[in-house]
Design a binder for this molecule. Structure first.
Ligand code: HSE
Length: 297
């Protein structure tokens, strides 16, 4: 009656797919231990690594879990301990990892009354607490693994997308905090038809590239005419990171989720490691601490 789950970090948006595309990282994530206990409800018993609220109604894992418990038949409760390795506000889905991890683990301990598809809205309830908006592009890949597409929010329709075998992600996380709610507020709410045409061309190209494992097509499609020009202003050295990554062979580069993390895709681990070095060379002279990760997807 105890389960330990890996809650992967995620890259949402993936340049052209604001609020609809996301992917889970294989090697970066939190660990969560969930235990079935007699006392009904949810308690967050410990959080290692981050200073986050323990009160269940103020914690994304607690809120997601409580939302799930409202809809299932359950006369016991759950204690949740989180080893939080993904920093809050990093742009690689810290809140999504906790929200989706909690509902996934609780559903397992309940004997899987719900399908993974059915878990998405509960995880979104937790995500809403953190970002103000219940977007699903981070929680869906945590629950399903690999790439996911939110084809529609109303009704919710999440599609799993094929993951090319040799695709790796490199991520640099400048140690500044960008709150998702803030970086959503600065976005325009209207786009031009011309920008729409460019954007959905790239979304279609990216999906086609993922299925056919056409790495050049994936790279050509990692373009964002709508959100990136605005949000990149919040990220020191963004253009320099992009340029340096592309010079050493990255397929493409963009903002991870709402930032400040920046991601690049590469074909093969070797190139992904060169991209890491290139990103670090941009940041080393700046007096700004950072973290880098290389991961399979
Ligand atoms: N799609 C969301 C956004 C992801 O860009 O605001 C947040 O991580």
């Amino acid at each position: 009656d105890i389960i330990k789950v890996f809650c992967p970090a995620t890259i949402a948006n993936i340049s052209c797919g604001f609020d609809i595309l996301g992917l889970a990282l294989n090697e970066v994530g939190d660990e969560m231990t969930v235990k079935k206990v007699a006392e009904p409800g949810i308690r967050i018993t410990s959080i290692i690594g981050q200073d986050l609220p323990l009160e269940a109604t103020k914690n994304v894992a607690g809120v997601a879990g409580l939302a799930l418990l409202q809809d299932v038949d359950c006369d016991f409760g759950f204690d949740i301990a989180i080893d939080k390795r993904i920093k809050a506000g990093s742009g690689i889905g810290s809140s999504a990892a906790s929200a989706a991890g909690a509902v996934w683990a609780i559903n397992e301990l309940l004997g899987r009354p719900l399908s993974v598809d059915q878990l998405v809205p509960y995880a979104m309830a937790g995500e809403k607490l953190a970002s103000g908006v219940p977007h699903a592009d981070n929680v869906a890949p945590v629950l399903f693994g690999g790439f996911t597409l939110v084809r529609s929010y109303d009704p919710l329709d999440v599609i799993r997308i094929h993951t090319p075998k040799e695709l790796y992600a490199t991520i640099i996380h400048p140690q500044i905090e960008v709150k998702t709610a803030d970086s959503r507020r600065i976005l325009k709410t209207k786009i031009s038809l011309g920008d729409g045409v460019k954007q959905w061309g790239n979304v279609g190209g990216l999906i086609a590239g993922l299925y056919t494992e056409d790495y050049d097509l994936i790279g050509r499609s990692l373009v964002d005419h709508i959100v990136e020009p605005i949000r990149s202003m919040l990220i020191p050295g963004f253009e320099a990171i992009k340029k340096a990554s592309m010079e050493v062979g990255a397929l493409g580069c963009g903002i991870s989720g709402s930032g400040p993390s920046v991601f690049a895709f590469s074909k093969g681990l070797e190139t992904a490691n060169s991209v890491k070095q290139a990103m670090e060379a941009v940041y080393d002279p700046l007096e700004l601490p950072y973290e880098t990760h290389v991961s399979g997807v």
